[in-house]
Design a protein around this ligand. Structure first.
Ligand code: COA
Length: 375
């Protein structure tokens, strides 16, 4: 067994759905839904027995979050005021699942960039904030569709799934148990977002990202050597989704708002920001990396002011936009995929020797960071 090999990210890929919902389109649909609900319940509202559904606003969405649009797998169902939920038809058991299908596109791009054949991959980790079914693992289906070797498994650490997956793959490569892995993050957030809740209906979008990791001595082309990874968790109920297999044993499940994404956004802000800032500062200090040594921050993409705050705290000054690229204006929050989209789209210009940090954070709470240097 080879001891202490270094792992490197040698390829990345992004599958972006073809359908886009702008803030204006989203708000038109939401307000039509609100008008219909309010007309339907006019008497109860007039009697003070029921609160009216308030109107949403595109200006609020942009200023509170930085989001301007989101990609989705199904626009029509999501914007239908009588439905407000994507139409994603059940697939027969002998057809690829939705998640596996988008994963194959992202993985194929990542493999091509790495110059690696699918058969050379020893492990597929499908790391995402929700999985389409319990078993067989989506990762094993992806393994089958791609033709990779070795083994595959699913993991879920919500918005931190990608970085936790990268840490798991990195540790396997370092210990010598595998040579190469793919960490893939199919995020169908539109199916666990409550589009009828004004406070969060604008938050999420759909996407899939993938990264190829290889033992550095095997890498053929451009690569980002993983200097170290760091993961941390701390229990919180402030971001929660109660859906799961026990759901079927409960009464009145259709009325259960907690079967979708629920958050206390203000508390998340207040509690997660110091946790993440300290996590990154400690990780950098332990690696002897100062603020001036850091050329790029690829942060989790949930909220622009959150990222502005973290960037300023980490660098000790307002980051240049190119130092801390945001993609959430185009993609919204894509859970674990966000920091990887930023990495995939804004890393090729870095020079050999440049160091950057990928960091994701979210439900759990969880935070994961990956310190990389371009070789
Ligand atoms: N349109 C218009 N007004 C809205 C609105 C909408 N869509 N949604 C909320 N509002 C109103 C609220 O009712 C509230 O009004 P009030 O002050 O009269 O009560 C006001 O705007 C502020 O609402 P609030 O929810 O406190 O907004 P916010 O500034 O906290 O921003 C989020 C909301 C969700 C963007 C923000 O809290 C956030 O991003 N939090 C962290 C997100 C995160 O990282 N989550 C992790 C998910 S993985």
């Amino acid at each position: 067994m080879t001891q202490e090999r270094r792992a490197a990210i040698t390829g990345s890929g992004v599958f972006t759905p073809s359908e886009v919902i702008t803030n204006d389109e989203l708000v038109v649909a939401f307000n039509a839904y609100a008008d219909r609900q309010n007309a339907l319940h006019a008497e109860a509202i007039a009697a003070g027995e029921r609160a009216p559904v308030p109107q949403s606003s595109a200006e609020f969405i942009k200023s509170a979050s930085g989001i301007e649009q989101r990609f989705v797998l199904d626009k029509a169902g999501t914007l239908d005021p009588d439905r407000m939920f994507p139409r994603l038809a059940d697939r027969p058991d002998d057809a690829p699942s939705q998640m596996a299908e988008m994963a194959v596109t992202a993985c194929t791009e990542a493999l091509a960039k790495a110059g690696v054949a699918a058969g050379e991959i020893d492990a597929v980790i499908c790391a995402a904030s929700n999985h389409e079914r319990a078993y067989p693992a989506i990762a094993i289906e992806i393994q089958e569709l791609l033709g990779t070797g070795g083994f595959a498994f699913d993991m879920n650490v919500a918005c931190s799934s990608a970085t936790f997956g990268i840490q798991a793959a990195t540790d396997m490569i370092r210990s010598g148990s595998i040579d190469r892995a793919i960490v893939v993050n199919p995020e169908i957030c539109s199916a666990h977002l409550e589009w009828r809740d004004r406070d969060c209906h604008f938050i999420f979008g759909d996407v899939c990202t993938a990264v190829v990791l290889e033992a550095e001595d095997l890498a053929k082309g451009d690569r980002f050597v993983i200097r170290s990874t760091r993961c941390a968790t701390q229990f919180s109920n402030n971001i929660r989704n109660n859906d799961g297999f026990l759901r079927r044993t409960r009464d009145a499940m259709d009325d259960r708002r907690d079967m979708q994404f629920v958050q206390n956004g203000r508390k998340v802000f207040k509690e997660v920001l110091p946790m993440v800032s300290k996590h990154i500062a400690d990780h950098m200090a332990d690696e002897g990396v100062g603020a001036d040594d850091l050329k790029r921050l690829w942060l989790h993409q949930a909220n622009k002011s959150m990222n502005d705050f973290i960037g300023k705290k980490v660098l000790g000054r307002v980051p240049d936009p190119a130092e801390q690229p945001n993609i959430l204006q185009d993609y919204a929050n894509t859970s674990s995929a966000g920091s990887i989209i930023a990495f995939a789209k804004y890393s090729e210009d870095l020079a050999p020797g440049d160091t950057g940090l990928i960091c994701s954070f979210g439900a759990g709470y969880s935070v994961g960071s990956v310190l990389v240097t371009r070789a």
